[in-house]
Ligand binder design. Structure first.
Ligand SMILES: CC(C)(COP(=O)(O)OP(=O)(O)OC[C@H]1O[C@@H](n2cnc3c(N)ncnc32)[C@H](O)[C@@H]1OP(=O)(O)O)[C@@H](O)C(=O)NCCC(=O)NCCS
Length: 230
């Protein structure tokens, strides 16, 4: 493992320690912006999971582990590497329409599209799209950006689903040299700042988080002894 260089900032060191190379200013700025965009996002699933754990007065490490566990699911932070796998699988701009048509016909989940809260668009995706575009130009590897942009447009047209933060963060990380297996880890390493702030806020004014459930099933069921159940 490479030790950090104390002369460099967090994003520059992150890239340096990950890739073993010194990156130029646009790459460092792209990673820094991505880190900031991911740092905190209200009561998303992982932050809520962390709050529930912190609310039992469990320690902050356990609370962060709860956040990580919720984050890794493919409907949350796990969507980011799936989004890049999808872009790679599409492979060319010409294949965008047939690929998306087939995926929708098969009712496949399109990772990086849709959001539980932002139904008309995710403001973070706009910045990441611009960064993916700049990195496509500076690296000369335009294909990934072009496939991503064409797919975004066609999915919006076919399904009215906007791209979310993970969609364009995926090519940004890919251009910066992250392996796919570390994409979700990147999200966790940014979100840990927001998670810890939430945990401290929870401890400062704590009350156990205990939602109730409402039973909606059939009532007055006759009791059947275990041996006679189907
Ligand atoms: C984020 C997500 C869980 C939100 O789910 P949701 O709020 O329950 O979704 P909606 O109620 O808006 O879904 C409306 C319709 O679009 C479909 N849909 C939503 N997101 C979709 C996606 N990414 N791919 C395909 N279809 C999708 C739903 O299946 C539903 O279809 P239906 O009306 O035919 O049943 C969902 O969009 C998703 O799974 N996205 C992919 C994973 C992802 O990128 N996660 C990161 C989020 S930041």
């Amino acid at each position: 493992m490479l030790p950090p260089d104390p002369e460099q900032g967090h994003a520059a060191n992150y890239l340096f320690m990950l890739t073993g190379k010194r990156h130029d200013e646009p790459n460092i700025r792209a990673l820094d912006t991505a880190l900031n965009l991911y740092a905190e996002h209200e009561l998303n699933a992982s932050t809520f999971a962390l709050r529930v754990t912190a609310g039992t007065l469990s320690d902050i490490y356990s609370a962060v582990v709860s956040g990580i566990s919720a984050l890794k699911g493919p409907l949350h932070g796990g969507a980011i590497d799936d989004a890049m796998r999808m872009i790679i699988e599409i492979g060319s701009v010409e294949n965008v329409r047939p690929w998306v048509d087939r995926a929708l016909a098969e009712r496949r989940l399109l990772s990086g599209f849709g959001h539980r809260v932002y139904k008309t668009g995710d403001a973070r995706a706009v910045h990441l799209r611009n960064m993916a575009h700049s990195l496509a130009e500076s690296t000369g590897e335009r294909t990934w950006y072009e496939i991503a942009a064409a797919s975004e447009e066609y999915v919006r047209e076919r399904k009215r689903l906007p791209a979310n933060v993970d969609y364009y963060a995926a090519p940004v990380l890919y251009y910066l040299g992250f392996p796919l297996s570390l994409f979700t880890n990147f999200v966790a390493s940014s979100r840990v700042a927001g998670w810890c702030a939430h945990a401290l806020e929870q401890y400062e004014n704590n009350r156990l988080i205990r939602p109730r459930a409402r039973y909606v099933g059939p009532r007055q069921q006759p009791y059947a002894p275990v041996g006679s159940r189907q």
